[in-house]
Design a protein around this ligand. Structure first.
Ligand code: SAM
Length: 302
């Protein structure tokens, strides 16, 4: 579920489930499960949601996420004027092609991110590409609302110059987060954390209705290409061979088996000397024997 600059952008709602008219909640309905809650939600609903999001996105939802699930999926239930999670889930499962699957998935992702998050990775990236004259390609595989891929692009341009052939391929499963990312508009409170030189070089401050926001300059935006990509889907699009892959703070949502499968697939899209950047609490050493640790949460192929 995308946060950040959402206020600045229109939200998109999927069409209702095919063939079903939204059902209105009876005005005097009393919830039989939890008196403080307006929707019927029980353990079976939670189990169904956990199974569905695991199958669709590989995300393992812990049982303690119950309140989060109620709040986020509950918005989807209310969107269709339903009062029971079970009705919503039945409609969802009945129509595997429904656009609602996208909204359901978006609702259950966590998009926390920031510019130059885990800062120690960026000098390593700079050293890795310094002096190159040919194309440099980086894949940011859980791009969220865009702060990470734009940070990568800033670092590459600072290291190799404005004329360098650098491209960041930025993907995520969450289409709502990607809309924010493509808009490239961020609250000043986030942009102000960058040093002044970066702010001036890569951002335009908004005025009038855009006051309080800054937009990524078009020259930087042109370096980043966004596309939806589900890391657990069988059919990834045709991909380049990358000089670096950023896959940070997403593997923590997957089980070991899923992580191993994804790492195996990354190998096919990495240059022999490419770097793989992981999140601060992610450790791939025990998951795959194809990578070796090269620095703090940075891996290279064996
Ligand atoms: C916590 S954010 C991390 C963002 C960024 N990489 C960072 O470290 O700041 C996790 C991101 O992973 C994405 N995600 C979750 N499951 C995914 C999947 N199966 N395929 C692709 N992206 C996924 C979420 O949508 C979310 O934007």
């Amino acid at each position: 579920m995308a946060d950040g600059a959402m206020d600045a952008l229109p939200t998109r709602e999927p069409r209702p489930f095919a063939g079903t008219a939204p059902r209105r909640a009876p005005a005097n309905r009393v919830c039989s499960i939890a008196l403080v809650r307006d929707l019927e939600f029980d353990d079976h609903d939670l189990e169904r949601i956990c199974a569905l999001i695991y199958r669709r996105a590989g995300i393992v939802l812990a049982a303690h996420k119950r309140d989060m699930v109620y709040s986020r999926v509950g918005r989807r239930v209310r969107h269709y004027h339903l009062t029971r999670f079970s009705d919503y889930l039945a409609q969802l499962e009945d129509d595997p092609r429904s656009g609602e699957w996208e909204a359901f998935t978006n609702a259950l992702t966590t998009n926390l991110t920031s510019f130059f998050r885990e800062e120690h990775h960026f000098p390593l990236l700079a050293r890795h590409v310094a002096g190159r004259t040919g194309p440099v390609r980086v894949w940011c595989a859980a791009a969220s609302t865009g702060q990470e891929p734009y940070s990568i692009a800033m670092q590459l341009v600072e290291t190799l110059g404005d004329q360098a052939d650098v491209q960041v391929f930025a993907t995520d499963i969450d289409t709502q987060a990607l809309e924010v990312a493509m808009g490239g508009v961020y609250p000043m409170s986030q942009v102000e954390k960058l040093d002044e030189k970066r702010r001036k070089r890569f951002f335009q401050k908004g005025g009038g209705q855009r006051a309080g926001y800054a937009r990524v300059r078009p020259e930087l935006a042109a370096r980043v290409k966004f596309q939806p990509l589900n890391l657990v889907a069988g059919n990834w699009p045709k991909l380049d061979l990358f000089d670096a892959v950023f896959c940070r703070n997403v593997m923590i949502y997957f089980d070991a088996e899923t992580q191993a499968r994804i790492l195996k697939r990354f190998v096919l899209h990495m240059q022999p000397d490419a770097l793989l950047f992981a999140g601060h609490s992610e450790n791939f050493t025990y998951i795959s024997d194809q990578f070796r640790l090269r620095g703090q949460t940075v891996y290279t192929l064996r």
